[in-house]
Design a binder for this molecule. Sequence first.
Ligand SMILES: O=C(O)c1cc(C(=O)O)c2c(n1)C(=O)C(=O)c1cc(C(=O)O)[nH]c1-2
Length: 253
Amino acid sequence: MNQSQASEAVLSPHELEAALRDIGARRYHNLHPFHRRLHGGECTRDEVRAWALNRYCYQAAIPIKDATVLTRMPTADLRREWRRRIVDHDGSAPGDGGIARWLRLTEGLGLDRDYVESMRGALPATRFAVDAYVRFCAEKTLLEAIASSLTELFSPQIIGERLSGMLAHYDFVSADTMAYFTARPPQAAQDSAFALAYVLEHARTAERQQACLAALTFKTDVLWVQLDALWHAYVEGHLPPGAWRPDEREGLR
Ligand SMILES: O=C(O)c1cc(C(=O)O)c2c(n1)C(=O)C(=O)c1cc(C(=O)O)[nH]c1-2
């Protein structure tokens, strides 16, 4: 089926799932050269710091995004399922949860915690991309918001590659500082299985199906553009004003 036929036809759940997975196969950020560099051991320590510092903005925004999605869910069953995501990131007590684990990584890389949390040194493109994702989930339909989370179908594999690649190649990370990535894949698998089942059940018209495919495409752009910005700034050395500067002490512990 070519693209214009696909845009008119109602897909079976099986075809819709295949079309969603095809977007991942063609557009997910595991294909980005920055990730190949990061996982293959070619990044400098400062490039890894810049990646972790910027990625903190994404991590910090995810529970805010999920809280926004939660307010739009009409049933207790849905909300009960979705609120687990917020707990996964925020934890149930200080020092617990995904954001705290991410800060263990940035601290292990020698970055100052307050500086990371302030997001002052993040690239403008990172902030814009993350903000666009939160807004997308607030403004589009609930179905599109849920569909946009489906990049998580593809994250366990890239996280596995990252964990083994970074531990093998960099002596400045450890199993302890990389703990975020040990905890995340089972959560992502559970979250994406639920989101996929929801999308397959609720996207039954061609229009809704196309909206879901567009939402997932949008999300792959959100992830991709963050790595483009990192490459431009830290591999090619075109630092935008205000971004963290490896040659200065600010931001380091
Ligand atoms: O390391 C990664 O490559 C990666 C990718 C993604 C993703 O595909 O959106 C997420 C995460 N990690 C992640 O850790 C995470 O908590 C997460 C939440 C979401 C989401 O859209 O709700 N994506 C992701």
